[in-house]
Design a protein around this ligand. Sequence first.
Ligand code: NAD
Length: 377
Amino acid sequence: MQIGIPAETLAGETRVAATPETVKKFVAMGCKVVVQAGAGVAASCIDSAYEAAGASIAASAADTLSASDIVLKVAAPTADEVALMKQGATVLAAFAPHQNTHFDAYAAKGLTCVAMELIPRITRAQSSDILSSQANVAGYKAVLMAANEYAGLFPMMMTAAGTIKPARAVILGVGVAGLQAIATAKRLGAVVEASDLRPAAREQVESLGGRWLDVPMSEEEAAKALSTGGYAWQPSPEYIRDQAAVVDKAVSNANVVITTAQIPGRKAPTLVKAETVAKMKPGSIIIDMAVSSGGNVEGSQLDQIVVTENGVRIVGIGNIPALVATEASALYARNMLNFLAPMHNKETSEIVLNREDDMVKPTLIVDAGTVNYQKPN
Ligand code: NAD
């Protein structure tokens, strides 16, 4: 059984889906691994390290893909990449199914497509959860990006020339990325406030030393929040109005704002209005981590830094994990290995997807050429 690791072709994608560490494990399972020359170089994985781990290096994408039964990728394959693949191959990637336009190509090639972002958030699946592993590194990097853009300082400093006040940071959306952003901003010395529509996030914010921005919630809504098992729910117009008022007050006084609120498969909610940005101090920084799914901040633009009339910089970098390619790839590659390893048959050395497994089933957006995925309404 051959596993192929092509170089990513999406602009700005620096990650790689397998590292020498994971290749070594696949080789030990009896798989032949082929890595495209240079595929890991931007993630600090050089060809000779893959070779030392037991892989062969192929000169081109065609040579990597044409005989591979399993293909490991970061970004969803394009129709051009699919054309180079073996008929009936199994491809694991972050397929972004709700915005993917290549389903016809996948079906025509008889592919089985495993959308890694659809792995359910159950305890057993945590070690394969690419959303968490990538959000974690992105939350960290977002704060460093903000610190870099910010012409002030994060910590309080007492100097002979006077005291410098700590930066005020507001984090909106306290999932995996938001929690890491709070922890990182605190480590750098900022005063941190945070909010999420999941009331359970309050305790996590406070345990990291952040201040919880409370939005009043009706009993009905509190019950709804609990019933969704910890995931985002659709708030009422009253909640959205009250949240806007809380956000407006906190953000207008902040030096740094990091927004992370996403709703899987849907447009991200708008949390920061243009009128609030207009009240911020010149030099303030906003990092909109939800920019690729529509953005949390009015005026943010994908892969641009927008400077507003009042001198606020809105940073909308779509692929933040790619800016931390070494560690993001190491974690992503382990997620892939952890997903596949339990399906390895020691007798035959084959990896066969267990379609009945409740961790595998929801990921199969295309199964042997049949498209299963339906966009949410
Ligand atoms: P996400 O990236 O989908 O969203 C980020 C945060 O934004 C979430 O906390 C969400 O509640 C919040 N949000 C969405 N809409 C909002 C709005 N209108 N206003 C304010 N906040 C809003 O989230 P995530 O990081 O993937 O985590 C989502 C949940 O999944 C969390 O409860 C997390 O603890 C849980 N989780 C569970 C597992 C597991 O394996 N059990 C793994 C990872 C995450």
